[in-house]
Design a protein around this ligand. Structure first.
Ligand SMILES: [Zn+2]
Length: 289
């Protein structure tokens, strides 16, 4: 599933290419992928892109917002009306294309308009049209975003104190923290030398400083690397290319391979139904800090 860094890469890319562009038409190939009246979007200019956690908001000139959730396999791919192959990687639309956004032609582009394909193989993702009030309400139950200035070691500590579930599960809970998914939770806990099954409220204040430091570090690095296109996900950048942060994974998807620090084979267990990777050497369960 695309996590904070991947959605941030998508946001930055689309902001660069589509800010102040006008959506002329939406083709809805799968009705469940679009919630709202598409006529209220057609003819509207995009005035801003924002993001909280894994959710992207596209703000329109009529003050309505398109809230995008890519879920497991969603992609937003930017194409070009005049080209048979909108990206150099694959031809779109493909069998996973659920929505197509057409943009008004512009003089700078020789009379051509952009096209955005919303592809979603597993159909869990969606784009929903809503008012500002509805957006605030929809996002009121989210924790602070990892890139928000309010995401501090003190905040992490107070949130972790609220639960006795394994720390890894609490990090993934979007009500506690917005934007952390399986990749970055596994790798941040490894770097902080905390066993993923440690009860959340037993994580010390000094350990939360490490979680803060490493989460920010690996998520910023991932944005620089264009996000992570892991073995089990479909994440692509909007130009159709994969990210390259998967080459920097610490423990995620490295089961049985030697730990990058102590060479102990990386272990894999299931926690809350999610694959959980850790080094038994670097992350002992009775970690008394
Ligand atoms: Zn190790």
């Amino acid at each position: 599933m695309p996590e904070l860094p991947e959605v941030e890469v998508v946001r930055l890319f689309l902001e660069d290419k589509l800010l102040n562009k006008t959506i002329s038409d939406i083709e809805i190939l799968n009705p469940k992928s679009f919630i709202g009246n598409p006529e209220l979007v057609e003819g509207q200019k995009i005035i801003k892109f924002t993001r909280i956690g894994k959710q992207l908001s596209i703000h329109l000139s009529n003050k309505l917002i398109l809230l995008v959730h890519l879920k497991m396999t969603g992609q937003l791919i930017l194409g070009d009306k005049m080209l048979g192959h909108p990206t150099k990687f694959e031809k779109y639309p493909n069998k996973s294309t659920r929505l197509i956004f057409h943009f008004s032609p512009s003089c700078q582009r020789g009379g051509r308009g952009e096209i955005v394909f919303f592809n979603d193989q597993r159909k869990f993702g969606w784009i929903k049209l809503m008012s500002k009030t509805d957006l605030v309400e929809a996002q009121s139950n989210l924790g602070h975003d990892i890139f928000d200035s309010q995401f501090t070691p003190k905040y992490i500590f107070s949130q972790l104190q609220r639960s006795s579930r394994p720390v890894k599960q609490v990090l993934l809970d979007q009500h506690f923290f917005a934007g952390i998914g399986n990749i970055y939770a596994n790798d941040a806990l490894f770097l902080a030398k905390i066993h993923p099954q440690t009860p959340s409220n037993k994580v010390s204040s000094s350990q939360t400083k490490l979680i803060h430091q490493y989460l920010l570090k690996i998520m910023r690095q991932s944005v620089q690397a264009g996000g992570s296109t892991a073995k089990d996900n479909k994440y692509l950048r909007p130009d159709g290319s994969p990210g390259s942060n998967q080459f920097f994974f610490q423990v995620y998807q490295r089961e049985g391979q030697p730990c990058l620090v102590c060479h102990t084979p990386i272990n894999k267990i299931k926690l809350g139904g999610r694959g959980t990777f850790f080094c038994p050497g670097c992350q002992p369960l009775c970690n008394k800090n």
